[in-house]
Structure formats: C-alpha cells, structure tokens
Design a protein around this ligand. Structure first.
Ligand SMILES: *Cc1c(COP(=O)(O)O)cnc(C)c1O
Length: 435
C-alpha cells in the first residue's frame, strides 16, 4: 500500500500558510522536524484516518491522547447527537458537569472537588495559581523535558543536567516570570534535594508528568516519585501531578493509581473530553475551596463545562466502563508493538530504544537508555525522520516528532498492530540502507 499521493494536502497546506502562522493551529502538526507536507485530515473512523487525498492511514496520533477508544465510538457519537438537539452552550450550570466530575472522582485518588476548564494548558495554569494562592509562595519546580501546556511560567526548560533557575524556552516569556520556575533534571533525586534545600521555603508546588510523555516516553526510575513526594512534604510544597496525557490511559485511575501516587492537586485533559476540548483540575476540598467563588483564587471560563464536551466526556467514561478488557488489551497491544519494533530494528541492524508503558510508545534512535531530557535529546532525529517518512508512505501515521509518544486506542487490534510492525520493519530497513 502506498499513500504518497499528497497533492490535495499540499494545496491545503499552501493555502493555510497564507492565513495561519506555519499553516497550522499547533506547531508539531506542521511536520517541522520531519520535513515534507503534513497530511490534512478529512475524516476518521475507528483506528483509521483518511487524508484529503483519500489515503487511509493507521492512526497512532490518537489525536495526541484523547482517542483512547478510537474514532467515532458509536456511544460517544450518539451522546453528542443527542446533546446537539438540546443546544450548544448556555453559560449557566448543567447537571452534566456534576455527572462528568462524579465519573472522574470515582476513578481517582486524592481528590473530592474538581473544576472544569477547556484545555490541559488551562488546567495546569490554574492548578499552579491555586497552589500559589493556598501556600502564599511564588516559586514552582518543574522537570526538564516535561510539558505542561503553554502558560508563560511553564515554557521553561533547563539548559543541561544541573538544576538551574529557569530560562524561557519561548520568546515573549519575561525573565521575571521564567525566574519563578526552577527546573530540575528528571530522575535525579539528589539534584531535586539540593534545589529544595536552597529554595524549598519559597516553592509553592512541584509539578510533574507521572510518566514523562512529551520528550518521548520516559518513566520515573524506581523510588524517584516517592522521593519527590517526601521532599515536597518536608518543604511544605504541594505536589501537582499532571495527568493530562496519562489520566484514564495508563489505568482506570490513571498513572496515580498505577504508580501509587498521592498528589495534592491533579490535572486532567485529553481523554476527559472524549475528543472535545475539556480540561480539569482537582484535589481535596480544603485546598480546592480556595478557588473562586468559594475562595480568593480567581479562575473562570465562558465555555467551561460546555454541554457538548460534557456529553462526549461522560459517554467516553461510560464506554470505558462498558469495555472490561480495555486496559488489559491496551497493555498487551502496547507490549506487542514495542517488542515488534525492537525486533524489526534489530533485524535491520538499527540501534533503537523503545520506551513503552501501556498504550504509550516512543522509538528513540539511540543505543543508550533514555532516562531524562539529556539522553532523549541525544537520539538521532534525522534517522527518526527517515523512519517516519517511510512509515507514512506505507500507510501508518506515526506522530511527526522524535520526542512524542504514539498513542494506541482500543480500535487498534492485534492484526493492525502487526501491520504497523511489518511497515516499521520495512522502514527500519530504509533507515539502515540510507544510514
Ligand atoms: C497535552 C498536555 C498538556 C496541554 O494540554 P492542552 O490541552 O494541549 O493545552 C499539558 N500537560 C501534559 C502532560 C500534556 O500531555
């Protein structure tokens, strides 16, 4: 199967670039790091995307996380159609918001109040405002390579291994703002301990992805997350667990359940909206009651709790619960994919590290173990780009960046996993041939 006919995508991209920066609504979609023309998508169903030229692609974007069940799940589509009949936005409370939150709370640990927002970015930004409001402290700590959306204070990454005061990773972020964000290397407990030793009294919160997924998949080393919890408690800082990617994906109760974490605040997004824009943050009542109108930490949203988005989120949770083998299936398919990729690379003589947990998979073109941002950044981006392009020609839409996770959905069955593995083997062969 060849899917290299892309004239319509090319025309759409040219037209988009006339009116949108880079021709896209979000940067990675532009294929900047892999080259070539992004496929413009016309429609999706189950495990597949169809691009504007009519090419069918096996989808491993999963819309970057939300499509846990696959596209156009019948229960979600039916719920959305019914909700549409009742109107699209009211700007007043609805029972649906409570219902969605109840479905979150019955799954998670460490929360009994939740506020709904419209994106993961809003969730983390608001949770950190709350952490600052509740502790009266100004600084936050994040880990290098962790992504928490694009609020000013979170667009900060470390230069190198050593713990350091933040340098903005985007133009337009004032140093005064970035300076309040301290950055520690992931999986380096000693560095965090030193950082907290110096600044701990001023730190409102430590925020982390429980499994890093935005520098590619990088799990915490054994004992690291426990150490973070101890250090935050010792210094009176809150632990904010950003489950926007991992929530309801890595287990019914998210990474918090899977890894046995005890967060003060948790942020959700992606799956919680079932493919519509929803974010959420929550924690125990005494903390969450600081949020307006109960408390003095302001946060609001015109479209927050939107009825269509609530319907999609609730229906997604219902469909999850109606699929008893969901998480086990995602687990075994993720493992099947990872093992198939390792084997294909080995047979082609290409060095890779496949990091996988559950339905999240990253192929790093490197020989060394990838355990933090520095080791991830040493992977061969050019080799990834060649592999990615070959896969795309073979009808597999792998996420267009060496530092992202591929996301499996339930619609991607074993047979399709094997198709991806076979295409990947061919693609590894091309990488070996050109390398
Ligand atoms: C995607 C993501 C975000 C940002 O969510 P948006 O809905 O894109 O604003 C925040 N944190 C993590 C861990 C994410 O993966």
């Amino acid at each position: 199967m060849s899917t290299s006919e892309t004239t319509r995508s090319e025309a759409l991209f040219a037209r988009a670039r006339e009116v949108m920066p880079g021709g896209v609504s979000s940067p990675v979609r532009a294929f900047g790091s892999v080259g070539g023309t992004p496929r413009f998508i016309d429609r999706a169903d189950g495990p597949y995307l169809w691009d504007a030229d009519g090419n069918r692609l096996i989808d491993l974007y999963g819309s970057w996380g939300p499509m846990l069940l696959g596209h156009r799940h019948p229960h979600v589509i039916a719920a959305l159609s019914a909700a549409l009949e009742k109107g699209t936005s009211f700007g007043a409370p609805t029972g649906r918001e409570t219902e969605l939150i109840e479905r979150i709370l019955e799954r998670v640990h460490g929360a009994d109040r939740v506020r709904l927002v419209n994106s993961g970015t809003e969730a983390t930004m608001s949770a950190l405002r709350l952490a600052r409001g509740a502790t009266g402290r100004a600084k936050i700590v994040k880990f290098a390579g962790h992504y928490h959306g694009h609020a000013d204070g979170l667009l900060v990454a470390a230069g190198s291994g050593a713990a350091t005061t933040g340098v903005p990773s985007s133009a337009g972020v004032p140093e005064a703002v970035a300076g309040l964000t301290l950055v520690a290397p992931w999986n380096d407990a000693a560095a965090l301990e030193a950082l907290m030793g110096e600044h701990g009294d001023d730190v409102a919160a430590v925020i982390l992805e429980p499994v890093a997924g935005n520098m590619g998949v990088v799990e915490a080393e054994p004992g690291f997350l426990e150490r973070v919890r101890v250090l935050t408690r010792e210094h009176g800082a809150l632990l904010v667990v950003d489950e926007v990617m991992t929530g309801f994906r890595l287990a019914r109760g998210g990474a918090v359940e899977r890894l046995g974490l005890d967060p003060d605040l948790t942020c959700w997004g992606k799956i919680v909206g079932g493919g519509l824009p929803v974010g959420a943050y929550g924690g125990r009542a005494e903390l969450m009651e600081h949020v307006s109108p109960s408390g003095k930490v302001y946060q609001a949203g015109t479209l927050s709790g939107n009825p269509l988005a609530m319907a999609a989120g609730i229906a997604t949770f219902e469909a999850i619960d109606a699929t008893p083998d969901l998480y086990l299936a995602l687990e075994s398919r993720g493992t099947r994919l990872a093992e198939g990729l390792r084997q294909g690379a080995a047979e082609a003589g290409v060095s890779v590290r496949v990091n996988q947990i559950g339905s999240m998979v990253t192929v790093f073109f490197t020989e060394e173990r990838v355990i933090d941002f520095a080791s991830a950044a040493r992977a061969d981006g050019a080799a990834f780009a060649r592999w990615f392009q070959a896969l795309l020609r073979l009808g597999v839409a792998w996420p267009p960046s060496a530092f992202e996770a591929a996301f499996l959905g339930y619609a991607l069955n074993d047979e399709l996993i094997d198709e991806v593995v076979a295409a990947a083997a061919t693609a590894f062969g091309e990488v070996a041939g050109s390398g």
